[in-house]
Design a protein around this ligand. Structure first.
Ligand SMILES: C[S@@+](CC[C@H](N)C(=O)[O-])C[C@H]1O[C@@H](n2cnc3c(N)ncnc32)[C@H](O)[C@@H]1O
Length: 371
């Protein structure tokens, strides 16, 4: 048995029960988003509780009424002990999500799903116990699947074809959102994503469910495809489950790779993120606040351009992404760094504008170097 302390909560971790101290920043973001839901005393289901750290934090820090679930008896025992030791009052239930969701009368304002690997098998059942306008927080740690290292597994689990290149993380998040929206639509629910984040080992999406056939249909129209050019590294998004996709790149004639269905709508809602950050971003949640802050700075457009990939393919000497962003600004094109991807930029302009800006920066560099 090992002991940890996280935000003043002492957690005992029994042998075989999962706890990862490195995921603290993700739990911090989840607490911030729960607080930002604006619901006083939200009913939260921590549906994969392990030691119970998340649920206890929701109760202590967000004033929530919490139920916790875990299929594993050892985890449920551990969570119950931790609830008692921290003088919390959350209820711990030793059941699977599937069994619980199909037998309870309870409904939840916020549902947290943080399983091992893929969340796909649980989404449908969780829709049954979401209250009207509920917030879902969903983690996926099967990055290799969503990022295209195991294409067949992605098609099987998420019914989407992934990408396996520099766009793969964002494409993976968009596959996850698309999958959730398709499950939601079966319950006449639409989705409204408010925050989507990824790091090497995890993806996590936060979204509201919106009730009604029209909401469901409008979410379905935010499903579509991304096509990526293997030659010039342009990308094109198309909305619609039945989209007509070019085979060749309109910019250079290169071969296009297609991924989808993906969510082609917004992955983040800056109004909600800004409110959450202003109200709850603090020293206490330093890393989490930094992530939210970066989200606000990033241009909200689908996908991004990798500057080194474009320069290498075009035989141009390497250039600084910051200078390319400045040059695009001079050309009247909005652009920012892609905050979670090295040397990549988000641009309101397409591949032609980005390539022109790169060439212009490279020419200035060459002149300065006397070439
Ligand atoms: C990654 S851990 C959760 C970690 C926890 N949320 C935290 O922040 O420390 C995943 C947990 O989900 C539980 N689990 C797996 N399948 C489940 C199911 N079908 N229903 C409920 N819990 C499940 C596992 O027993 C495990 O304790």
């Amino acid at each position: 048995m090992v002991f940890f302390t996280e935000h003043g909560i002492r957690i005992r971790q029994e042998r075989g029960v999962f706890y990862n101290p490195k995921m603290e920043e993700l739990r911090d973001i989840s607490v911030i988003m729960a607080k930002a839901s604006g619901i006083s005393k939200p009913r939260i289901l921590d549906s994969t509780c392990a030691t119970g750290i998340r649920g206890i934090r929701y109760e202590k820090e967000a004033g929530a009424i919490v139920d916790m679930l875990d299929i594993n008896a050892g985890a449920s025992y551990s969570a119950s002990k931790n609830v008692a030791a921290n003088k919390a009052s959350a209820m711990v239930i030793n059941k699977s999500i599937q069994e619980f969701a199909n037998t309870t009368e309870n409904k939840y304002d916020i549902i947290d799903l943080d399983p091992f690997g893929t969340p796909a098998p649980y989404i449908y059942d969780l829709m049954k116990i979401a209250s009207k306008g509920a917030m879902l927080m969903v983690t996926a740690t099967d990055g290799a699947v969503l990022c295209g290292a195991h294409q067949k597994a992605c098609v099987k689990l998420y019914n989407s074809v992934p990408l396996h290149n520099e766009l793969c993380h964002e494409a993976g998040i968009r596959i996850l959102l698309s999958f959730i929206s398709r499950m939601a639509s079966q319950f006449n629910l639409g989705i409204f994503p408010i925050l989507s984040i990824y790091k090497i080992h995890y993806m996590r999406v936060f979204l509201y469910l919106r009730s009604g056939a029209q909401e469901a249909s409008s979410s379905m129209s935010a499903n579509g495809y991304v096509s990526y050019c293997t030659k010039c590294h342009a990308y094109y998004t198309n909305a619609g489950i039945v989209a007509i996709l070019d085979r060749l790149c309109p910019n250079c004639g290169g071969r296009l790779l297609h991924s989808g269905p993906i969510w082609v709508g917004a992955m983040d809602d800056k109004i909600t993120i800004n409110k959450a950050l202003k109200a709850y971003g603090s020293e206490e949640y330093q890393e989490a606040s930094l992530i939210l802050h970066k989200k606000l700075q990033e241009l909200s457009v689908p996908f991004f351009y990798s500057i080194p990939r474009i320069t290498q393919s075009a035989g141009i000497s390497s250039v600084s992404p910051s200078l390319v962003i400045e040059e695009l600004g001079r050309m009247g094109v909005r652009a920012t760094k892609a905050m979670f991807e090295k040397d990549c930029i988000k641009s309101a302009g397409g591949i032609r504008e980005v390539t022109a800006a790169i060439k212009s920066v490279a020419a200035v560099n060459d002149r300065a170097a006397g070439k």
